[in-house]
Write a protein that binds this ligand. Structure first.
Ligand SMILES: Nc1ncnc2c1ncn2[C@@H]1O[C@H](COP(=O)(O)OP(=O)(O)OP(=O)(O)O)[C@@H](O)[C@H]1O
Ligand SMILES: [Mg+2]
Ligand SMILES: [Zn+2]
Length: 465
């Protein structure tokens, strides 16, 4: 068609090319190009004057005359959500909430409307569900907020005009991939549409100091569908995760301009919506098997909160020349390193074994303090000797098998004791390990990976007795 131009856009870095490319010359990713069509509108001057009207006349101000109170924050009434946001929603901020289909994004946001909808005006824009569906969900969740406007539309121009009529404090877009703007002519969900629609909404929100929550779909690799720039444009990127077969859900921030990215929020999905879980350790440890090899507990620090989790390892002889290794919730390379340390320092042959690692409950643990528990779970599985149920181990393992100190050892130890662990093994090297005193708990200092073997051996002697 005349006046239409086809262009291929990289979804990772926005590189544009007149023809399809397998590999992006800018970011080097494969298969990231999608075709988009631009219609050249007549009277381009209209567009440029439009663009000119978008330019705000901001004035430079003296830093010392600036007020930080410009950054108003309000609690959402959902404690676990506030925790991830860094203490509440900031006026004028833009949050991107991403998650797999059916994980509960719309549920969380409807509950948010219920929690703050009486004190704030919220506009909920749904491009995916009908008003009837939304009403049904609200009923099931038991929410009937006073100041909630609902709009089921996908045109950004219309959304903005409705927004101007309602002038809400918070605007929720469910989801950004369903919106279309007249500025771009490609289909909804394409890189250009997502970029254009989010830019238009964000600009409005920043000028008026309105908070925006954008729901984002994830692609099959688990990243956010659409242009990579979206993640740079927003103030916070939150992931809503969980295992489909299990009821708990975790929110984590991968980016947050107004708070830490270490905090996680934990929920449980029930018939009546998401329930906050303020003591996740208990939930994660529920149903922990007794007397089975390959399971070891660890206390990880997620932001300010110590969380006790279970690491499971399964080591079996491999049927293939190159053994299979998987690490769910743990770093794959870290696992390989620990396998090598165990093989070299303890002389346990693992190179011909399949190794499967898992953090129970879909938790993701990034800190090295988990090394000790991973190693012990692997050794326990190889030797088929269970780790004592009341034992918890923490510590980073170095390449020569030495233990390195963990941060906040005392807080971790206390949380472990609270959950019934009476044998707490910690790196001997930590400054405060000698000072940790817990009545009723034995603190076991660990110097090297050899000490871990001993932890198991005592158990096997007990077994023989
Ligand atoms: N009647 C019900 N009773 C109990 N749980 C329900 C019921 N209806 C839905 N759910 C739960 O809510 C989840 C769907 O939540 P929600 O629609 O908020 O997900 P979503 O992340 O918005 O999905 P999508 O990406 O499709 O929009 C379901 O997976 C299910 O666990
Ligand atoms: Mg939804
Ligand atoms: Zn690219």
């Amino acid at each position: 068609m005349k006046g239409q131009k086809s262009v291929y856009v990289c979804s990772e870095c926005d590189w544009q090319s007149p023809k399809w490319l397998g590999r992006c010359p800018q970011c080097g990713n494969w298969n990231t190009f999608t075709e988009e069509t631009f219609a050249w509108k007549k009277g381009n001057s209209a567009a440029s004057s439009d663009a000119a009207s978008r330019v705000r006349s901001e004035k430079a101000v003296l830093f010392r005359e600036m007020e930080s109170s410009d950054c108003r924050r309000f609690g959402t009434g959902i404690g676990e959500f506030d925790r991830v946001l860094g203490g509440g929603l900031v006026a004028g901020s833009v949050i991107l909430l991403a998650g797999h289909p059916g994980i509960g994004k719309s549920t969380l946001l409807m509950q948010l409307c219920g929690a703050v909808g009486d004190s704030l005006d919220i506009m909920y824009v749904s491009g995916e569900e009908s008003k009837g569906q939304l009403a049904l969900r609200a009923e099931r969740l038991g929410v009937s907020p006073e100041g909630l406007y609902v709009l089921t539309d996908t045109s950004v121009e219309n959304i903005i005009s409705e927004y101007e009529k309602c002038s809400p404090d918070v605007i929720i877009i469910d989801s950004i991939q369903t919106l279309t703007s007249e500025r771009a002519s490609s289909s909804a969900g394409s890189v250009t549409q997502v970029r254009e629609c989010s830019a238009e909404i964000m600009e409005k929100a920043k000028t008026d100091g309105v908070s925006v929550i954008l729901v984002g779909h994830v692609n099959k690799e688990g990243g956010i569908a659409g242009p990579k720039v979206l993640e740079h444009m927003v103030d916070a990127v939150l992931y809503f995760e969980g295992e489909r077969t299990q009821s708990h859900r975790i929110i984590r921030a991968v980016k947050n301009r107004y708070g830490s990215t270490n905090e996680i929020g934990v929920f449980e999905m029930t018939d009546t919506g998401l329930r906050e879980v303020s003591n996740p350790s208990e939930m994660l440890l529920a149903g922990r098997p007794d007397g089975v090899s390959g399971s070891c507990a660890v206390c990880a620090l997620e932001g300010t909160r110590p969380i006790v989790a279970e690491i499971q390892a399964l080591v079996v002889p491999s049927a293939y020349p190159s053994p299979r290794r998987t690490a769910d919730g743990l770093d794959y390379n870290r696992m390989c390193l620990l396998l090598a340390v165990i093989e070299k320092r303890l002389g346990i042959r693992l190179s011909s074994c399949d190794v499967y690692l898992n953090v129970v409950g879909g938790l993701q643990i990034d800190e090295p303090a988990v090394d000790a528990a991973v190693a012990l779970a692997i050794i326990s599985s190889v030797k088929d000797i269970p780790v004592p149920k009341n034992l918890i181990v923490m510590g980073e393992i170095g390449l020569s098998g030495e233990f390195r100190a963990v941060s906040s050892a005392d807080r971790r130890a206390k949380e472990a004791y609270r959950l019934g662990f009476t044998k707490i093994a910690l790196p001997a090297r930590g400054d405060d390990v000698g000072r940790i005193k817990i009545n009723g708990a034995e603190i076991i200092p660990l110097n090297s990976i050899y000490n871990e073997l001993l932890l198991l051996d005592t158990q096997s002697k007990n077994k023989e007795n």
